[in-house]
Design a protein around this ligand. Structure first.
Ligand code: SDX
Length: 392
């Protein structure tokens, strides 16, 4: 007998671990990475600097940061044989399916026993993941456009390198717009970690079986893909587009979201932890105004998004359930203004969340936590006996 077991559906009231990485206060709308408020980091830091902070626990000194950047930048090439796997995907393959497959395949291309490196391979694998995931992500976009892929350029910073690989064409010169790389830098920082969310818990659970880091991150990418999680940023834009096509009737869609008989859900709204505003959504909403103005982009769905937020925040159904815009509600509007296609939005979330997944995986492995293995309450049939097939 195992004593009594309580079921906590969706782990709404279950803590899976202690952690010193990210602090959330859902009531106050507070989010800190290793003690630093995201408002300051989003304003002042570089994404790789925040990656270092999350993974190693403190902001890097200038020297530490230069070494870290060099070690990541010089690993941005991907083994050319991985292109053979990539080339096998259909042109309309969803990039999240490609990413989870290729990141899983990295464990075959970058095993622990390669001769070039000695000592703990984890540090090398961390740099490979940070360096190669953006490169692989851009392959998906280039293939969808029928364009040749771009190789990384080591003189570019992390965000500029990604944008160059995404948008440069061999037929013309491509200069990264600093407004665009700065907006991307801010978005990646805001997505970098979020304590024990669904995909991070997945990374930790897979890591708890001592599976390698590539297998663990690949599992995290798969979990993030779901429309209730990271996939919501793509769903939000598709929802806003549908509302725009339908005449922009915000009240109609607010009513549908409240209607128990309707399957329509206001995507980008609500959060398991934030029962007040999501601090990231606040920053992204302001950034959307700034970036679109600077780029001279006038996207009608931004006004529709604001109209939905305004209507919902005055509506008892949303207020009583403490439903506010979350990180996914405005992010897609900026990604679109940067030229990133809708089906790559969740890939952008994964690129941003990667340092958090790595930091949480490392914390789990260093803690020596037991393998994650929850119990259940059995509700199936009582004991039965085999019946020959011709008696069934
Ligand atoms: C992310 O966990 C994290 O930290 C995640 C994340 C991260 O950084 O890792 O923040 C990133 O995933 C953000 C969330 C993205 N998902 C969406 O935007 C999808 C739409 N939102 C929901 O499906 C929902 O709000 C969740 C999934 C985010 C939270 O789900 P919960 O906590 O299980 O809440 P619930 O589904 O039980 O909803 C509680 C009530 C229900 O009504 P009642 O049954 O009590 O009458 O609120 C309603 C729900 O029907 N509700 C909504 C709604 N979200 C919840 N009603 C209309 N529209 C919505 N969006």
């Amino acid at each position: 007998k195992t004593g009594y077991i309580t079921i906590d559906e969706g782990f709404k009231n279950t803590g899976s671990t202690t952690s010193g990485i990210t602090y959330l206060d859902g009531e106050e709308g507070i989010l800190h990475y290793r003690g630093y408020p995201i408002e300051e980091l989003a304003e002042k830091a570089e994404f790789l600097e925040v990656a270092y902070l999350l993974i190693y626990g403190e902001l890097p000194t200038k020297e530490q940061y230069e070494v870290f950047k060099h070690e990541v930048t010089t690993r941005s090439l991907v083994n050319e044989d991985m292109r053979k796997i990539f080339d096998g995907f259909p042109v309309n393959a969803h990039p999240m399916g490609v990413m989870s497959s290729l990141v899983g395949a990295m464990s075959s291309f970058y095993p622990d026993n390669d001769k070039k490196h000695k000592g703990d391979f984890t540090e090398v694998h961390i740099r490979r993941l940070l360096a190669k995931i953006p490169t692989i992500a851009t392959w998906c976009y280039k293939k969808s456009q029928g364009h040749p892929i771009n190789y990384p350029k080591n003189h570019l910073d992390y965000c500029s390198n990604f944008l160059h690989m995404m948008f440069a064409l061999p037929v013309e010169n491509y200069e990264v717009d600093p407004i665009v790389s700065s907006a991307l830098n801010k978005l990646l920082i805001l997505h970098a970690d979020h304590e024990q969310n669904c995909s991070t818990s997945t990374v930790r659970l897979v890591g708890s079986s001592k599976a390698n880091i590539y297998a663990s991150i690949s599992a995290g990418i798969s979990a993030l893909w779901g429309p209730l999680h990271g996939g919501a940023n793509q769903e939000v834009i598709e929802m806003l587009e549908a509302i725009k096509e339908d005449g922009g009737d915000v009240a109609k869609y607010i009513a549908m979201a409240k209607d128990k008989n309707s399957t329509f859900r206001l995507m980008g709204f609500g959060h398991r932890v934030y029962k007040n505003f999501d601090p990231r959504a606040k920053i992204i909403k302001k950034a959307a105004d700034d970036v679109l103005a600077k780029l001279g982009v006038n996207d009608p769905v931004l006004e529709i998004a604001k109209g939905l937020e305004e209507a919902a925040l005055k509506d008892e159904y949303f207020v009583s359930r403490k439903l506010y815009p979350n990180v996914d509600f405005y992010s897609g509007i900026i990604y679109r203004a940067l030229g990133i296609p809708t089906n790559m939005f969740t890939v952008m979330f994964a690129i941003g969340r990667l340092p958090g997944w790595i930091a949480q995986w490392l914390e789990l492995r260093k803690s020596g936590q037991a393998i994650g293995r929850p119990r259940q309450i059995y509700t199936g049939p009582t004991k039965k006996h085999y019946v020959d097939i011709d008696q069934r």
